[in-house]
Design a protein around this ligand. Structure first.
Ligand code: IPE
Ligand code: IPE
Ligand code: MG
Length: 249
């Protein structure tokens, strides 16, 4: 089988998305930023639908960063309320489509109503297995790496772990994404070309896609286009193109 036909059918196991541009989407229509957030929920459904159709196993969505607490209080409150509403309205569809909800980030800092809704939704979808939807909430990659380091040091001091045991796999197992393969694809909407403290460790070798559309305009077709593009990219992991072609022969 030629390398082309092998790679062209490769479905990524994990897609991560930075859902950006809600505010600008609304402002460009003369609307309040909150309309953008509200309309972004449909785009979340589209991304989920695309992943289910393709057979992607993990979808991680950046919903609220550790830096987003610095936004105006009423916008933060709106986002937390929207989270609760969206969970309540979407859980039946998650169950019906065999989708398990999980979170990454420190959710202990979220308002009580958000925490309760999340705990319930996680429990209700815990037996679903076709797709795992990870919502990144109060997530920051630097915070995650520091937390992991603290736990690693504690386990080393207590003798549970030897310094010589620490390798990339061990370090990864202290992150929120423990047990989840690294994303092969990162998509960011709104044409901003930065990672904004998202999955810095896990995205080390991801293929990056920066789309010139705002998140509320994101549809399943955009995801499909990224996956097709991904399938035509050569992932070399430090090797030469010649080596990759030979391996695939
Ligand atoms: C993304 O859209 C949603 C969150 C960060 C919660 P933004 O609200 O960042 O929209 P822009 O980037 O200001 O347009
Ligand atoms: C990143 O978007 C966080 C989320 C999408 C949740 P931001 O809009 O907060 O990112 P910056 O501040 O423009 O980099
Ligand atoms: Mg933004």
């Amino acid at each position: 089988m030629s390398s082309k036909s092998e790679t062209s059918h490769k479905i990524p196991s994990h897609i991560a998305i930075i859902m950006d541009g809600n505010g600008r989407w609304a402002e460009s229509r003369g609307l309040d930023r909150t309309f953008g957030h509200q309309n972004g929920v449909e785009s979340v459904r589209e991304a989920i639908k695309g992943c289910r159709e393709l057979g992607v196993k993990f979808l991680t969505l950046y919903a609220f960063s550790t830096e987003n607490w610095n936004r105006p209080k009423d916008e933060v409150a709106f986002l937390m309320g929207l989270l609760v509403d969206a969970i309540h309205s979407e859980v039946p569809a998650l169950i019906e489509n065999d989708i398990r909800l999980e979170t990454i980030g420190d959710i202990s800092m979220l308002p009580e109503a958000s925490k309760t809704a999340l705990v319930e939704a996680k429990a209700r979808t815990s037996n679903c297995a076709s797709l795992q939807l990870n919502l990144a909430l109060n997530y920051g990659s630097k915070h995650e790496i520091i937390q992991a380091t603290k736990m690693l040091v504690e386990d080393t001091l207590s003798g549970k772990l030897l310094p010589s045991d620490i390798d990339e796999d061990v370090f990864s197992s202290y992150l929120f994404t423990k047990g989840i393969p690294d994303p092969e694809i990162l998509i960011r909407t709104s044409n901003e070309m930065r990672l904004s403290n998202f999955l810095l460790w896990q995205l080390a070798y991801a293929e990056l896609f920066f789309l010139p559309i705002f998140w509320p305009d994101f549809r399943k077709e955009h995801l499909m286009e990224c996956v097709t593009d991904f399938q035509n990219r050569e992932r070399r992991f430090g090797k030469t193109s010649h080596q990759i072609n030979k391996e695939n022969q």
